[in-house]
Design a protein around this ligand. Structure first.
Ligand SMILES: CC(C)(COP(=O)(O)OP(=O)(O)OC[C@H]1O[C@@H](n2cnc3c(N)ncnc32)[C@H](O)[C@@H]1OP(=O)(O)O)[C@@H](O)C(=O)NCCC(=O)NCCS
Length: 283
């Protein structure tokens, strides 16, 4: 491993996990398959245009159902192909089937005769027409589903290394005000708001954000104390159930005011509600 990753959130995970990438042969030359010196083994690079990738892609869909199913947003198979694998890529970490405890294999419904790589996380991103700007379409980690496996920080690490693999310079994302994923996304820096209330999405309380993903920001997210990210102070906090305030914030964004989510949310009301910090630029 490159010295840069030593002592970061990545190191403990590499005792059990190895990286993988799903990418077409024509997108592959635009990817860095060895970010921070963490090389993706050739056998872990899956070409979605090849029938031989089928079982691994089945497992990715099972993993998505185990993570996003409870969120009510599992992905259809065609979304994987049309909106993920063909235009962008899927980066994640997996474990060899033989190393997985029997109880986990059963819950995951891994075919009993399968001996290959089993995915435990994934980050999907799609390039936009603006050079270096990628839309982060999906982040999933089985850490909360299988807590006994000790995969703490897997979501953060997956997003971080994926962004370097895709050679993204700026990341755009869409997430919900009540999503615990905001604990991860804010690790990469203040999230500048593009929308705060989003009728175009099936979840109206979706926020759209933009965040630069420099190497320093990625290392900061990975817990490298030499790469502290500058964050402004919040002016107020958005309750994740306050749709009226989201609508007002949206009106202000559309009128040209600029806001950012400077750092992670806090939990209120005995753990039932998130409050998300908001900083107003120029206030
Ligand atoms: C969201 C998800 C990716 C998190 O995966 P993960 O591997 O547990 O993530 P990490 O361990 O890297 O980070 C989670 C952090 O959030 C914190 N966190 C999550 N919920 C929290 C809460 N309610 N209160 C306080 N902290 C919370 C965790 O404590 C952890 O921080 P820590 O390392 O300081 O303890 C995973 O739960 C998932 O796949 N969810 C379903 C799909 C989804 O919602 N994806 C995001 C779409 S935008």
């Amino acid at each position: 491993m490159m010295p840069q990753l030593q002592g970061t959130r990545v190191q403990p995970l590499l005792e059990t996990l190895t990286p993988f990438l799903v990418v077409t042969p024509y997108n592959r030359p635009y990817m860095n398959t060895s970010p921070f010196g963490l090389t993706i083994p050739e056998e872990n690079i899956f070409d979605p245009t090849q029938v031989g990738s089928e079982i691994f892609l089945d497992l990715l869909q099972t993993m998505d159902a185990l993570t996003f199913g409870p969120e009510g947003m599992p992905m259809a198979r065609w979304v994987f192909y049309d909106a993920s694998e063909l235009p962008g890529g899927i980066y994640g970490f997996g474990m060899n089937a033989g190393d997985i405890p029997e109880s986990v294999r059963a819950e995951y419904e891994i075919p009993s005769d399968y001996t290959g790589l089993v995915p435990f996380s994934m980050y999907i991103a799609i390039p936009t027409p603006e050079n270096g700007t990628w839309f982060g379409h999906n982040l999933a980690s089985l850490n909360p589903v299988f807590p006994t496996l000790g995969l703490k920080s897997l979501g953060t690490v997956t997003k971080a290394i994926a962004l370097r693999t895709f050679q993204a310079e700026v990341q755009v994302g869409a997430t919900q005000w009540d999503s615990e994923a905001l604990f991860i996304h804010t690790r990469f820096g203040p999230l500048d708001l593009e929308t705060a209330y989003t009728p175009a999405h099936s979840e109206i309380i979706t926020l759209t954000y933009v965040v630069p993903c420099t190497e320093s920001a990625i290392l900061g997210a990975l817990g490298d104390s030499e790469h502290q990210i500058q964050r402004p102070e919040p002016h107020w906090w958005m309750r994740a159930d306050d749709q009226e305030r989201m609508r007002i914030l949206q009106q202000r964004i559309e009128a040209g005011d600029r806001f950012t989510i400077p750092h992670k949310p806090r939990v209120v009301d005995d753990g039932t509600t998130l409050e998300v910090p908001v900083h107003e630029y120029g206030a």
